[in-house]
Design a protein. Sequence first.
Lengths: 109, 116
Amino acid sequence: GEDVEQSLFLSVREGDSSVINCTYTDSSSTYLYWYKQEPGAGLQLLTYIFSNMDMKQDQRLTVLLNKKDKHLSLRIADTQTGDSAIYFCAENSNYQLIWGAGTKLIIKP
Amino acid sequence: EAGVAQSPRYKIIEKRQSVAFWCNPISGHATLYWYQQILGQGPKLLIQFQNNGVVDDSQLPKDRFSAERLKGVDSTLKIQPAKLEDSAVYLCASSPLAGVSYNEQFFGPGTRLTVL
């Protein structure tokens, strides 16, 4: 069955880099997404990557895609307290989004 | 541009009662989604509309859940009767197109339902 997997928690020190990992299942997924959910707020698209790319960089965010291993990662450079949130990985399968359970990013001062 | 609106933001009911949620998508968005998000899990799609037609409702518990999209714009999701396991956040999302690979969905703030 379809299953997108992520670690539930990640704790990093302020100023360090955060790396959130995800494995997905549908090798035909054309787009993969990272959404951010802050407390009391809706899900917000953070970034996405097209399946023919290995890497995408957008300011402090770097997305890496390994299609062979069906592995996706999100790196946040210079992590700030405002980055505290739950990060969801999602794959586009049959024109629907299949979601992971989310990784809660905890920032230590 | 106004975002996706949902109401109410919070609702507490007793089991076996009924409840309804309302969603107003972004103007012009053809596709509307209702998701159920249980604490500690990712969103689970309940139903997807394109304009006022249902595209996918395979995960909607039809014995107690119903949804409609009025005139292809606003939508309501109803639970009747509610069970304890329905306690969750109900998210509404919209996107401009359907049936395309790139599918950015815009989410509302959600309605947090507690069933006692």
